[in-house]
Design a protein around this ligand. Sequence first.
Ligand SMILES: Cc1cc2nc3c(=O)[nH]c(=O)nc-3n(C[C@H](O)[C@H](O)[C@H](O)COP(=O)(O)OP(=O)(O)OC[C@H]3O[C@@H](n4cnc5c(N)ncnc54)[C@H](O)[C@@H]3O)c2cc1C
Length: 404
Amino acid sequence: MQGHREKAQNVVIVGGGFGGLYTALALAQRKNHPPVLLIEPNDRFLFSPLLYELLSGELRGWEIAPRYDGLLAGRGLAWLQDRVERIDSHNHQLHTAAGRTLPYGRLVIATGAQSNTFAVPGAGQHSLGFRSLADVERLQRLVALLKSQRRPLQRIAVVGAGPTGVELACKLADMAEGSAVIELIEQGPQVLPQARSFNREQAALALQRRDVRLRTRTQVEAVEAEAITLRCQPEGDSPAHSETLAVRAVVWTAGLSFRSPPIDPAPACDSRGRLLCGPDLRLTGHGDLFVAGDLAAPVDPDGAAGEAPGVAPPATAQVAFQQASVLATNLIRSLRGEPLEPFQWNDLGEMISLGVGEASLTAAGVTLAGPAAYQLRRLAYLTRLPGRPHQLRVAAGWLADWTP
Ligand SMILES: Cc1cc2nc3c(=O)[nH]c(=O)nc-3n(C[C@H](O)[C@H](O)[C@H](O)COP(=O)(O)OP(=O)(O)OC[C@H]3O[C@@H](n4cnc5c(N)ncnc54)[C@H](O)[C@@H]3O)c2cc1C
């Protein structure tokens, strides 16, 4: 009985991305924090906003993808390299891929989002992604091959002109050094539909300067090994037409899907599969389960799922990062039976990478583009890297590289 009570005081965090890892780090800073176990299958955390700089070689792997054992060492946090397969909320237990059954007192689900190819024929099979270290290596190998072969009209198609597609297209164009044409395909009428107008204008200029071929109002109909079929719906009364392009690769950046490990009993989800939670980030109807990051769908105080534009915070690292400290507070309060705090998102602005050595940003009333924005963006992210020791190691590396 005593053992059971002790176990019920622990916190288990599922997923070591922005929501999960930063919640664990925030808990470690609280006095007398409960035992914390982070469950994450990968051995490295990935600071995805700087993935473009890893691709282009402007940053190094250890800087943006530090190992969990190093990040968590000496902080009183335990890490299990495993994958959660099922959560039994009745019995306060979870089951992992390696066959473990683990008890929890409070559980945080932070398993993030996956790419969504919307069942476009061939897209899942023939497209590359841009979400992991393996994706970066595949793209680096592809660009090296295109540069060495220099065949006529080598094309890379990037699908989706949201932030990932635009930032990736600019970096790829710079890296390819004229050996490939970058096609950027967007079904809507413009790039970066959700972005601040300054960043959108800077992005359009950056794409133009790099001769990226932007195709708006264009949907992908099918992807094959070396071809992409597009359906273009021009503005006005002109009829829609289809076209098939020969491509060396397709990189899919359009769309996200959300999937938590199965939970019994099943919690309430929104239409996209995100877990509905209260303002305190507690799952609706599950008092001991919390959610963080992309998977969280806050319900507004009137009871409507936060799907209306402007109501739900976006699926960004910035949001997950801010949720982490509120969540750490709420986990501790929940274990003590105290009232919980609501999470309120504070929009700190927007920064986008626009090719090698360039960026654009809009934050705190400041708009800036070009090399100065690139340096500022790097510095801003330095302060967001996980844990002070890692920030200092990276800063020391940058100082050592610096040649006045
Ligand atoms: C290329 C790219 C660039 C981006 N740039 C920006 C940017 O500039 N600014 C910004 O704010 N946001 C950016 N984002 C979005 C940002 O990365 C996400 O919003 C953020 O990572 C969400 O955090 P999360 O914790 O919900 O999920 P993630 O960070 O994706 O972490 C989820 C973790 O859960 C683990 N996991 C999954 N399933 C299981 C399981 N069953 N058991 C255990 N662990 C599991 C995964 O391995 C992963 O480590 C970018 C994303 C990408 C892909």
